[in-house]
Each structure stands twice: as structure tokens, then as C-alpha cells.
Design a protein around this ligand. Structure first.
Ligand SMILES: Nc1nc2c(ncn2[C@@H]2O[C@H](COP(=O)(O)OP(=O)(O)OP(=O)(O)O)[C@@H](O)[C@H]2O)c(=O)[nH]1
Ligand SMILES: [Mg+2]
Length: 304
């Protein structure tokens, strides 16, 4: 299933790639169908104008990317339906280097979500024509986090190679250039692109997730992969991730907890938390520890 609009699901037939419009069949019960789901269809699967098939089964998912709109409930965007994508292999965290500026706190949250969903994270830094990536890359220096740099005139060969044979989902703030990138990668994608001036006033150019098949790579017959464009988000709520699992988003800190006393919660209030010594010894960036502890605190309801 590649797109949904007001209860009408666009599905592509596996063998032919032909689009079919479908609705949920009653037998699905309360199960939601999300972009990326592999589904079984019955009824009129001709794809003719006006034809409507029914989704009767959702195949077991290899991954589920969840986002909880937990910490922005007071804003209109916070009440938006959470973004959920199924069967993605790669989480492409899109962050512009300027306009809007990068926010490592947001990227850290996406990393937690990726590790929690068992999806490989990839950092995609856009608008490299406006600012350099050094500050962001320095922050992630201790992490084995692959990254791509995108500028309006870059050839995108490295991007295409990284997306090949994968189902990749783009996530990021509004205005960072997700749809711009998708339009460059997929001719005829026709994703609406916004102006950055609208960002911050709660305007999102893309309003729903869409999966698109990437065009074949020149000179190869391999699977070029799929890319899923999603609407911009203000925050990446992690209420569904347990406090223990939060640490998985910080692989640079994990080893530092081996010297912690039993049942250490790793907060700043823990007198003997091993993470303080780990950072003091230069094994990890103190800003990463700060970010981890802010996440722990926001889960406990101390900080927004
Ligand atoms: N200078 C510069 N501008 C860019 C680049 N990529 C995108 N933009 C501009 O950034 C603005 C927002 O781009 P979009 O692609 O609509 O951003 P988006 O992430 O899809 O935003 P939402 O759909 O709201 O989540 C547009 O005006 C683009 O032209 C880039 O590499 N450099
Ligand atoms: Mg967009």
C-alpha cells in the first residue's frame, strides 16, 4: 500500500506495479493499514476508473516505525495522527544545515525510534549550499552513523546507491527538503514543495505519507529501492519506547553503563551513574549524555 486519502488506499500490484484503489474490508477489524504494508486484495482489482477493491489481509510486518504525539499535545500539529510506516529498512533522518537550522535533539529522538524499530538510521543533511556539516558531524563523531550531504547541484549518485534495494522512509522537520529530494530522485513524483517562510507557523507542505518506487539505476538491473516521503513533524514523540530502550539510541553511551550500580536509572540525580565517568574520560560527548538525560526526564514528565 503506497498512499491513503480519506479511506481510499492506493495499492500497487506486486507483479505489474499497476495501481488499484481499495477500501478496508470489515474482516480487518481494528487493524490499521499503513503505508508500506503488503496487503491481499479481493474484488475489483482491475484498476479501472471507479473500480474499488477490498483489503482483506495485512502481511506480517518486518518493521513498524511509530511516533507518539505525546509531548506536543497542546499544538495543532501535536494532535495530528502519528506517522506510522510499515516494512521500512532504512530511516533517513533529513535535517537541513540551515533554514531551518539542524536540531540534534530531534535527530537523537529519531535515532532512538530507529533502533527501537530495528530500522537502520541514515543521516541526510540537506541545504549543504547554505552551511557546512561540521558541527552536526562532530556531535555524532563517536557514533557509527552514516551520512549523506545534499545540495541543489549535487549529483545524488551516492544517495541513489544508498537507497538501492531498500525501503527508505524520510523523516524530518517541515521545510528541510524531503519532498524536494524525492522530486529530484523520482521524476514525475510531483510532490508539492513548500516555502520555508511558512515553516514555524504550523504549515506543512506534505500532508500524508507516500511510497514511491525509485527509477532504475543507470547501467544496472538491480532493485533501485523505494522511498517514502512523509509530512514534516515538529517533534518525534517516544512515549512508546521504554526507558531501557532509550539507551539503544545512544550506542556511544552503552558501554559507560557497565560500571553503574544495580538499578541505576542513569539520570543526573544518580550519584554513582557510570555515564558521568564515561564522559569525563572522553569516551563520549557530554552533549550526548545531556540529550539522553533530557529524554529520560521528558519521559518522566519533568521536562517538555
Ligand atoms: N538552498 C536550498 N534550499 C533547499 C534545498 N532543498 C530544499 N530546499 C528548499 O526548502 C524548501 C522546503 O522544501 P520541501 O521539500 O517542501 O520541504 P519538506 O521537508 O518536504 O517539508 P514538509 O512537506 O512541510 O515536511 C523549498 O523552498 C525548497 O526549495 C537545498 O538543498 N538547498
Ligand atoms: Mg514535503
Amino acid at each position: 500500500m503506497v498512499a491513503v486519502d480519506r479511506g481510499r488506499y492506493t495499492c500497487l500490484i506486486t507483479a505489474t506495479g499497476a495501481p488499484v484503489t481499495a477500501m478496508r474490508a470489515r474482516e480487518l477489524g481494528r487493524k490499521s493499514v499503513v503505508v508500506g504494508d503488503r496487503v491481499s486484495l479481493v474484488g475489483d482489482t482491475s484498476g479501472a476508473p471507479g473500480a474499488l477493491a477490498r483489503i482483506v489481509r495485512i502481511a506480517e510486518r518486518t518493521s513498524v516505525l511509530r511516533r507518539t504525539a505525546d509531548d506536543v499535545e497542546a499544538t495543532p500539529e501535536g494532535r495530528l495522527e502519528r506517522v506510522v510506516v510499515a516494512n521500512a529498512d532504512q530511516l533517513v533522518i533529513v535535517s537541513s544545515l540551515a533554514d531551518p537550522p539542524p536540531r540534534t535533539g530531534f535527530i537523537d529522538r529519531c535515532l532512538v525510534a530507529a533502533y527501537d524499530a530495528d530500522i537502520e538510521p541514515l543521516l541526510c543533511l540537506t541545504k549543504a549550499d547554505l552551511a557546512g556539516p561540521e558541527t552536526v558531524l562532530d556531535y555524532y563523531a563517536e557514533l557509527d552513523l552514516p551520512h549523506l550531504l545534499v545540495r541543489p547541484d549535487s549529483a545524488l549518485d551516492d544517495v541513489r546507491a544508498t537507497l538501492a534495494e531498500q525501503v527508505s522512509v524520510l523523516v524530518g522537520h517541515s521545510g528541510v527538503g524531503k519532498s524536494t529530494l524525492v522530486n529530484r530522485l523520482v521524476p514525475n513524483a510531483d510532490r508539492a514543495v513548500g516555502s520555508v517562510s511558512a515553516v514555524g507557523r504550523g504549515r506543512h507542505t506534505s500532508s500524508s505519507a507516500v511510497a514511491l518506487r525509485l527509477p532504475p539505476l543507470p547501467g544496472t538491473t538491480g532493485d533501485p529501492g523505494w522511498i517514502i516521503d512523509t509530512p514534516g513533524v515538529r517533534s518525534f514523540g517516544l512515549a512508546h519506547v521504554s526507558a531501557d530502550s532509550l539507551l539503544h539510541g545512544f550506542p556511544d553511551l552503552v558501554e559507560g553503563t557497565t560500571t553503574c550500580p544495580p538499578s541505576c536509572e542513569h539520570t543526573a540525580a544518580e550519584a554513582d551513574c557510570g555515564l558521568d565517568a564515561w564522559v569525563a574520560a572522553g569516551h563520549a560527548d557530554p552533549r550526548r549524555l545531556g540529550s539522553y538525560r533530557r529524554l529520560l526526564a521528558s519521559r518522566a514528565g519533568d521536562v517538555g
